[in-house]
Write a protein that binds this ligand. Structure first.
Ligand SMILES: Nc1nc2c(ncn2[C@@H]2O[C@H](COP(=O)(O)OP(=O)(O)OP(=O)(O)O)[C@@H](O)[C@H]2O)c(=O)[nH]1
Length: 550
């Protein structure tokens, strides 16, 4: 809340700057028209008029001057129509500029101080703050709650929805409940979210009927997902992870905005930043390629008309680089003509946002596009079975991290993990059960590592983790605990229950001149751990100790 005031003030200041600049541009143009005389060419004046009308058509509405924007758009169309049948002769140019003098004076009259426009405040997301992540409500869900605790989830557990009427509610990531309590739980969830001014956390319901009528009824109650009891815990954990990921991503959208209209770009920046997005603004395109590489946006929002540059040519230029082939490029333009929009899109962009756009629509549109872009890039970089980074992408992350370590020198560990006697798991319990073991280790790892760590499936039952800002001792403690917790998990095969263990090799990335060497060292440490009896952690540094120390 305390942020709203400065934001409102900044927006008001921008509106003032916009009004002042527009007023002085209108005055300057009127003065040039007044002093124009044949036989001087009218073209520079007509061009300047077209450009000013275009700018006002696209930006005035955003600053609360909708009527000015509408009239400027209509005048721009009329001007285009009048110029459509060739260059004006002297008589036509005089008439055209006479008309322009009149039109510009009308526009000036519409430059009233705008009424205050309030910016939609971004609603905090449930489950991204401190506190437990899961709320489990229901008498039949005790076993499920303890299984979820094994995966490292923090949870609140209550048996009866009636006990929820306490004031200490805080937004959870997900609410799990059974169908008996459902109505009470969904009502309570919505009320509390409204009171805390945050989005209601999703509700997953257990033990519900699977026929069409019961499913429809549950959807009516606002349920976000179903699962049957006894629950397939790894499956449910994967679902919760997906929900968490979606929520985190909304707040992490990265937007690069290229617009030569400084006030408008600044306004968009404030609006999108206010909604939790990271925004970088460029008013000129010369640094575009450098900023793309440095900032790595999820989308590029770009004005089309930025004399002397054209957004469509810039879009084509960006696509020269294979790494930006899949970057969504979105034009922000006041162009209303659908045919012209489509031919602009054919030059290499993906979407068209027509200016003026309301703050709410801007936030929603950009949010949706970023989300879609992230889903796509995640699909390209992730391993199908576990959702972790796939082989090429975890290697890329490792190389990237090694380069950062070289620059900044922060302690960074690389870990290689391999499931023990995994061939026997497949042989004894089947490949499907084997897959479930692999997914379970992946989920446990995801739970234990930080958001800034990188985690990938390196091969069949092999994983690699890169942990920036982590000392060897911390990594050892983390993975030793992981080995213990994983070994304690009960797996159920078609015939019998069983346990699986995992071995881990560690190496300090700072000690190696290349990422490859660091990974090889972690691999050597892993195989030493296999020789030592598996189920535990070996650090490569131990292998380098002088003989006399052993
Ligand atoms: N279920 C399943 N099994 C896989 C997958 N990828 C690899 N495997 C199996 O993983 C097993 C790996 O076996 P080995 O490399 O001999 O090693 P291990 O049995 O784990 O023995 P140690 O590593 O020495 O403890 C092989 O049987 C592979 O078929 C997969 O995606 N799913």
């Amino acid at each position: 809340m305390s942020d709203t005031k400065p934001l409102e003030q900044q927006l008001a200041l921008l509106r003032e700057r916009f009004t002042e600049r527009t007023l002085s541009q209108l005055n300057a143009l009127l003065e040039r028209i007044d002093t124009w005389q044949p036989p001087r060419s009218p073209h520079p004046l007509v061009d300047a008029l077209g450009q000013l009308l275009h700018r006002l058509a696209g930006s005035s509405g955003t600053f609360g001057l909708s009527e000015l924007g509408r009239q400027a758009a209509a005048l721009e169309q009329t001007l285009k129509a009048r110029l459509a049948d060739g260059e004006p002769d002297e008589a036509k140019a005089t008439a055209l500029l006479d008309q322009a003098r009149h039109d510009l004076t009308t526009l000036m009259g519409l430059l009233q101080p705008p009424q205050s426009v309030s910016i939609p405040s971004s609603r905090p997301l449930a489950g991204t703050g401190a506190g437990s992540e899961l709320l489990v409500i229901g008498q039949q869900l005790g076993a499920l709650a303890s299984a979820l605790r094994h995966y490292g989830f923090e949870l609140n557990e209550v048996t009866d929805a009636a006990t929820l009427q306490r004031p200490d509610w805080h937004p959870h990531l997900v609410v799990l409940t059974d169908d008996e309590q459902l109505q009470a739980v969904t009502d309570w969830n919505r009320q509390q979210a409204a009171r805390a001014a945050c989005q209601a956390p999703p509700v997953l319901c257990a033990g519900a009927g699977t026929d069409f009528a019961s499913r429809y009824q549950l959807a009516e109650l606002g349920v976000d997902g179903l699962f049957t009891l006894p629950a397939d815990v790894p499956e449910l954990v994967a679902r919760i992870e997906r929900l968490r990921q979606e929520r985190l991503e909304t707040g992490r959208a990265r937007v690069l905005l290229l617009d030569d209209d400084e006030e408008l770009a600044e306004r968009y920046r404030l609006v999108l930043t206010g909604a939790g997005m990271k925004v970088r603004v460029l008013n000129r395109p010369e640094a575009l390629m450098t900023v793309l590489t440095e900032f790595r946006p999820d989308i590029l929002l770009m004005d089309i008309h930025m004399p002397p540059w054209s957004g469509t040519t810039l879009a084509r230029m960006v696509r020269f680089e294979p790494q930006w082939l899949s970057l969504p490029i979105v034009y922000l333009s006041s162009e209303q003509d659908r045919d012209r929009q489509l031919s602009a899109l054919a030059q290499g962009a993906d979407e068209f946002i027509t200016k003026p756009i309301s703050d709410e629509r801007l936030i929603r549109t950009v949010g949706i596009l970023c989300h879609r872009a992230r889903q796509l890039s995640q699909l390209l970089s992730s391993d199908g079975l576990t959702g972790l980074l796939n082989h090429p992408h975890i290697k890329q992350a490792l190389t990237h991290e090694h380069a950062r370590v070289r620059r900044h020198g922060h302690a960074t560990m690389v870990a290689m993990l391999d499931l023990d006697h995994f061939k026997q798991v497949n042989d004894n319990h089947g490949h499907t059960t084997g897959d479930l073991v692999i997914r379970t280790l992946a989920h446990l790892l995801k739970r234990r590592l930080r958001n800034t760590d990188s985690l990938g499936r390196y091969g069949g039952e092999e994983f690699v983790a890169v942990l920036p800002g982590c000392e060897p001792g911390q990594a050892r403690t983390l993975f030793e605990q992981l080995c213990r917790d994983f070994a304690a998990l009960d797996f159920r095969g078609p015939q019998q229950a069983f346990h699986v263990t995992v071995s881990v090799g560690l190496a300090r990335l700072n000690d190696f001149t290349s990422a490859e060497q660091g990974l090889n060292a972690a691999d050597e440490a892993l195989y030493e751990q296999k020789r030592r009896g598996r189920n535990g952690v070996t650090d490569y540094a131990e292998l380098c100790l002088p003989e006399s120390n052993e």
